[in-house]
Design a protein around this ligand. Structure first.
Ligand SMILES: O=C(O)CCC(=O)C(=O)O
Ligand SMILES: [Fe+2]
Length: 318
C-alpha cells in the first residue's frame, strides 16, 4: 500500500509538524507535548487518514504502507548522528512528522531497556558496530519481527527516512507471511505452529530483567491460513532438528518473497509487525555526517493490553 502526498497535502503536514515542533517544551517524550501531538494527528490530510485506517483494518498481502512526499528538508538537516544508542529527544520537524504519522495508527510506545526508552529513535550506522546485528550495523541485518522476545512486541514499526544512503544501497527489506505461507508444505506449517522455538532479546536490549531462559513458542499462530508471525532469524533458535528444518524453509520462503525498499528522504514505511518481518541490506557508511538516517517509532494498538508493563500509564514499557 502507498500514499504519496500531493503538494497541498505536504503543505498541511509541514504546517502541523511546524506547529508541533514549536509546542512547549519542545521535547518528544514530554507528556504535554505528546498530548498536543495526539490532538494534531487528527488534522492530518484526510486521504492519509483514510489510507492509514484501511491499512490498520487489513494491511494487504505485503503488510506495509509507504507514505511518500513528507516534508523533510534535507537542506536544513543536521549531520547524521554517529553515537551509539542515538535518539531524538528534541521535537524537530522530522521527529514531529514521525510522531504525527505514528499516532494516527495507534499508541506510540518504547521499551525502557532499549535506546533509553526514547519514543523517536535514530537508526544510524555507528563506527565500530559495523558487524553488529542491530540497527547500528551495516552488514546485512537479518530479518526479524521487532522485539520478538517481548510479550508485548510492537504491533507496527514506523521508519521515516531523513537521509538515504549515499551509494543508494542499504535498503530496508520486508517480507510478509501472507506471501511466504503458500510456499510452505502443510507439514512445515504444522511444525512452525508448535512451541518448538525460543527467542532471545536482541543486542539493543540490556537483557537484565529478561535473563530467564526463554520459553518455547510457535513461529506461526492464529488462523492457520493467515497466521501471526513471531520469529527473529538471528535471535530465534529451533529446539529440535525437525523444527530447525522447518524454520530454515520458512527463511527461504521469506527470502523468495522479500522486497527491498530504498526509502527516499521524506518517505515513511509502516510495517505490520504481526505479519511482516524486516531487515536491512548491507551498505558502506562513511561517518561523514551524510550517512543513512531514519527515525524509528513503535505502535501498540491497545493501551489497556500493555498497562501492566507501562509504569504510571506512560508510553515506556518494561
Ligand atoms: O535500517 C533499517 O532499515 C531497519 C533497521 C531495523 O530493523 C530497525 O531499526 O528496527
Ligand atoms: Fe528492526
Amino acid at each position: 500500500m502507498r500514499c504519496d502526498l500531493t503538494g497541498q497535502e505536504r503543505a498541511v503536514m509541514e504546517d502541523l509538524a511546524g506547529r508541533l515542533a514549536k509546542t512547549p517544551p519542545g521535547l518528544v517524550d514530554d507528556p504535554e507535548w505528546l498530548e498536543e501531538a495526539r490532538a494534531l494527528c487528527c488534522h492530518l490530510p484526510v486521504r492519509l487518514l483514510e489510507t492509514v485506517r484501511r491499512y490498520r483494518h487489513d494491511p494487504g498481502p505485503e503488510g506495509v504502507l509507504v507514505i511518500g512526499n513528507l516534508p523533510v528538508d534535507t537542506a536544513t538537516l543536521p549531520p547524521t548522528p554517529t553515537v551509539p544508542g542515538s535518539v531524538e529527544r528534541t521535537a524537530t520537524v522530522p521527529a514531529s512528522l514521525a510522531v504525527l504519522v505514528t499516532l494516527t495508527l495507534g499508541e506510540l510506545v518504547a521499551y525502557r531497556e532499549e535506546k533509553s526508552g526514547a519514543l523517536v529513535q535514530n537508526v544510524v550506522p555507528v563506527l565500530g558496530r559495523e558487524s553488529s546485528q542491530s540497527n547500528a550495523g551495516s552488514v546485512p541485518l537479518e530479518m526479524h519481527v521487532e522485539n520478538a522476545f517481548h510479550p508485548h512486541r510492537p504491533d507496527y514499526v514506523g521508519l521515516l527516512s531523513l537521509r538515504h544512503d549515499q551509494d543508494g544501497t542499504g535498503g530496508t527489506i520486508t517480507s510478509s507471511i501472507r506471501e511466504a505461507l503458500p510456499l510452505l508444505s502443510d507439514h512445515d506449517r504444522d511444525v512452525l505452529g508448535r512451541p518448538r522455538f525460543a527467542t532471545e532479546p536482541p543486542p539493543s536490549f540490556q537483557a537484565s530483567s529478561h535473563d530467564a531462559a526463554p520459553a518455547g513458542h510457535p513461529l506461526l499462530d492464529g488462523d492457520p491460513g493467515d497466521p501471526n508471525l513471531k520469529v527473529d532469524f538471528f535471535a530465534t533458535t529451533a529446539l529440535d532438528a525437525e523444527a530447525a528444518q522447518a524454520m530454515s524453509r520458512l527463511r527461504t520462503a521469506f527470502l523468495e518473497t522479500s522486497r527491498e525498499l530504498m526509502l527516499a528522504s521524506g518517505e515513511m514505511v509502516l510495517v505490520d509487525n504481526r505479519v511482516v518481518i524486516h531487515g536491512r541490506a548491507s551498505f558502506t557508511p562513511r561517518y561523514d555526517g551524510h550517512d543513512r538516517w531514519l527515525h524509528r517509532t513503535f505502535v501498540s494498538l491497545d493501551n489497556r493490553r500493555t498497562r501492566a508493563h507501562r509504569p504510571g500509564n506512560g508510553p515506556v514499557m518494561n
